[in-house]
Design a protein around this ligand. Structure first.
Ligand SMILES: [Zn+2]
Length: 57
């Protein structure tokens, strides 16, 4: 599915919806912006886990 000219970053890019291991996402052809409408970005989770490990020490 294509979302024409709905990229929040470059404002005129076309988003292409696809799926990966984290769920469905939309990527901009023009600037490479990636948006995960359904899943929370795993980066936040990874950061939280790192902090936990440091604190446990
Ligand atoms: Zn874009």
């Amino acid at each position: 599915m294509y979302l024409i000219k709905s990229c929040p970053r470059c404002d005129k890019g076309d988003l292409f919806e696809d799926r990966d291991e984290y769920g469905s996402y939309a990527q901009c052809f023009q600037c490479g912006y990636v948006e995960y409408p359904e899943a929370v970005l795993p980066l936040e989770q990874a950061k939280a886990e790192q902090l936990n490990r440091r604190g446990r020490r």
